[in-house]
Design a protein around this ligand. Structure first.
Ligand code: UDP
Length: 406
């Protein structure tokens, strides 16, 4: 290449027209090269396996799916295949790849091994410029491992949530701490999450405090939903965490029965998680009681509507802790700790230990608490201002498009 340039240079220097022809040709080669690149934009894979991942990823999926310089491939991991299909459908989203439902294994490690291999095959085939995972699920962790196996850049949405105990909640706490080891881009939802990542010596330059995309989804939903009339006669309950399987599910049921005895006008609306470790106990204990509506998992829209109308929520959910303060409904969390301390600071969220008397007392107290103003979704909101997606898209663009055209 160099020797051929040396050979032709004296000739070109003596012939200005030839020089112009060569320059024009090199410009056209460069532009077709750019066009070629523009024709194959960087590919991003997003993988989701559970309902909350879909709810929190939907705004990002929609933005990336319509991006003119990035291409998105959305994968349903098969963790909760049907729930993912249904939840994305609420947002008019369809997955590009749907992996088969994960077989029932006896232990979590086997499910992880299975999913890691499946996701590794997807990444090997697509060779994306980036994989995005959300939260602390089996899917997010298996995706992180598959990204590591295939040297794919990993971005973690909702990074840095921590309790102070690695085994509680299990396996979520362990998953999210491990994902931080594999990610090179950490989208932190809050100042406390950023502090947690820094305390683990995650490189400050790789942390982007953007807010929680779940608040983006909630803001969009509330903007189009008619305001719920608060009925004050319904307690909305959900239960699914591992620590509330079996015995603890029974304790919560005892507390709910005692609550309907103490307040006979109350109705309990209970969308039941499909996991038989919780659903079996709940059905056995509550099915015969007329005050209880045991229903299938609700759509996001219906659930938020009911949560906004309820007199009280009792739930061990993470996402509901982020939603309740904005809906102005008190939330009791039957857990020993939380990775979302900001909710407690608002006064709308309270932890309560797995003891039926403690749950009953806390419920009665909240049912007669003086009214407070819901927390507005604005720049001071505890979990973000509802614009996390914009910030994430900006960082992704900066990372992938600068790289592609560098
Ligand atoms: N949710 C829903 N339908 C239901 C119960 C909850 O759409 O029947 C929503 C809720 O609004 C929140 C999310 O699901 O956005 C919470 O999911 P989950 O409690 O399953 O998981 P976690 O947040 O604890 O990871």
């Amino acid at each position: 290449m160099l020797s051929s340039a040396r050979k032709w240079w004296p000739l070109l220097a003596r012939d200005p027209d030839a020089m112009q022809r060569v320059l024009a040709r090199s410009r056209s080669v460069a532009s077709s090269f750019e066009k070629g690149r523009a024709c194959s934009p960087p590919v991003i894979v997003i993988v989701a396996g559970t309902r909350p991942e879909c709810i929190k990823l939907s705004p990002l999926v929609r933005r990336l799916a319509s991006h003119d310089r990035l291409r998105l491939v959305l994968v349903n991991s098969g963790q909760h295949c049907l729930a993912v299909r249904r939840t994305f459908a609420e947002f008019d989203i369809r997955c590009d790849i749907e992996l088969a439902e994960i077989p029932q294994f006896d232990w979590l490690g086997a499910s992880h091994d299975h999913l890691r291999v499946e996701l590794r095959a997807v990444l090997d085939r697509i060779k994306p410029a980036m994989l995005i995972v959300q939260g602390d699920t089996l899917t997010a962790y298996s995706g992180a491992r598959a990204a590591h196996d295939t040297s794919t850049v990993l971005a973690h949405v909702e990074a840095g949530l921590r309790t102070d105990t690695i085994s509680d909640p299990f396996p979520e706490e362990w998953f999210r701490r491990r994902i931080a080891r594999y990610a090179s881009i950490h989208f932190s939802p809050s100042a406390s999450a950023t502090r947690n990542l820094l305390a683990e010596e995650v490189d400050a330059g790789s942390i982007h405090q953007v807010g929680n995309t779940g608040v983006d989804s909630l803001r969009m939903l509330l903007a189009e939903m008619r305001p719920a009339a608060r009925t004050r006669d319904t307690v909305l309950v959900t239960l699914h965490r591992r620590e509330n399987h079996d015995r603890n599910a029974g304790i919560v049921c005892d507390a709910l029965i005692a609550l309907t005895v103490a307040r006979p006008n109350l109705r309990v609306l209970f969308p039941i998680h499909p996991n038989p470790r919780v659903s079996a106990t709940i059905r056995r204990r509550l099915e015969a009681h007329p005050a209880f509506d045991l229903v299938a998992p609700m759509s996001y829209r219906d659930f938020v509507f009911q949560a906004a109308a309820a007199a009280l929520i009792i739930s061990d959910s993470g996402g509901v802790q982020e939603e309740a303060p904005h809906l102005g409904t008190h939330l009791l969390v039957p857990r020993c700790n939380t990775e979302r301390p900001e909710g407690i600071e608002t006064g709308w969220v309270k932890l309560v230990r797995a003891d039926s008397n403690a749950i009953l007392e806390a419920a009665l107290e909240k049912l007669s608490a003086p009214t407070m103003r819901p927390v507005p979704i604005d720049a001071h909101a505890p979990f973000g201002d509802g614009n996390a997606t914009d910030r994430i898209v900006y960082v992704v663009e900066q990372t992938l498009l600068q790289q592609a055209y560098a």
